[in-house]
Ligand binder design. Structure first.
Ligand code: PXL
Length: 263
């Protein structure tokens, strides 16, 4: 049995985030990885220097050509960069009836470079979020999407409810940037209950690609036919190990170790 996942995301030439991270994660989960590149970023461990969006027509066609041929068991969506690409991806998800959609709300990089154009925010919220089976905003992204200031866990819950109302089926607000002391608390909301996931905070600067890794690990588990909450739990445990074993790749911010389970 071969499980197949598609990542629709930007290229990170430094290898720690975006398409490159997603394909490594799929491989770590023994899932066959496929990709649709939405943007070519130029970066190293000091951050993103520039980026170039792929045209919406080419983004749509990449998804179309695989989906018409190869059954897609799950989809991870990352950096889209332009409003045209948000539109193209939305259209492709509908046209090819894609399932098990994990939406990582990539808006800005760690050094503050915008990875989604400001004029794309509106269509992203109105058209793409309603198609997400699982959406994984961090604190800053959840604040931008909802307008709610997030300082503590009760704010995370409020934001999760709001994003649920926008149409995403299951919301995971990531707590890494929320000041909850020595533990990081992520909040899952599936419109029935809130499920907190708590892990010790890891003291390392080498966290480039954490969001990409988490969302593609969830997509891997969904491709393997795992139930939603179980998929999120297993992905979170995998990310914890990948951070605990993170790699100092260059002279700046290093990346997660996607193969920490084997070496
Ligand atoms: O971590 C967000 C992200 C997503 N996708 C690409 C990136 C980054 C952050 O730098 O470069 C391609």
């Amino acid at each position: 049995m071969v499980f197949k996942a598609l990542t629709i995301a930007g290229s990170d030439n430094s290898g720690g985030a975006g398409i490159q991270a997603d394909l490594k994660v799929f491989s770590a989960f023994r899932v066959y990885g496929m990709s649709a590149v939405t943007s070519v970023t130029v970066q190293n461990s000091f951050g993103v220097i520039k980026s170039h969006p792929v045209s919406p027509d080419i983004v749509y066609s990449q998804i179309e050509t695989v989906a018409q041929d190869i059954p897609v068991d799950s989809v991870k969506i990352g950096m889209l960069q332009s409003a045209g690409n948000v539109e193209a991806v939305t259209q492709a998800l509908v046209d090819f009836n894609l399932k098990n959609i994990v939406l990582d709300t990539v808006i800005a990089s760690k050094n503050g470079t915008l990875l989604l154009d400001r004029n794309a925010f509106d269509i992203f919220i109105k058209k793409l979020i309603p198609l997400a089976d699982i959406i994984t905003p961090n604190r800053d992204e959840a604040e931008i999407i909802t307008g709610i200031k997030i300082k503590e866990i009760k704010d995370m819950k409020k934001a999760a409810e709001e994003i649920g109302k926008m149409g995403a089926k299951t919301v995971v607000i990531k707590g890494g940037h929320v000041e909850t002391g020595s533990n990081v608390v992520d909040v899952i909301y599936n419109k029935k209950e809130f499920i907190p996931l708590q892990y010790p905070r890891v003291d390392t600067p080498h966290t480039h690609g954490t969001g990409c890794t988490f969302s593609s690990a969830i997509a891997s588990c969904l491709a393997r036919q795992m139930e939603t909450v179980k998929a999120i739990r297993l992905a979170r445990a995998y990310v914890q190990g990948a951070i605990e074993n993170s790699l100092q790749t260059g002279r700046g911010t290093g990346s997660l170790n996607h193969f920490w389970t084997v070496m």
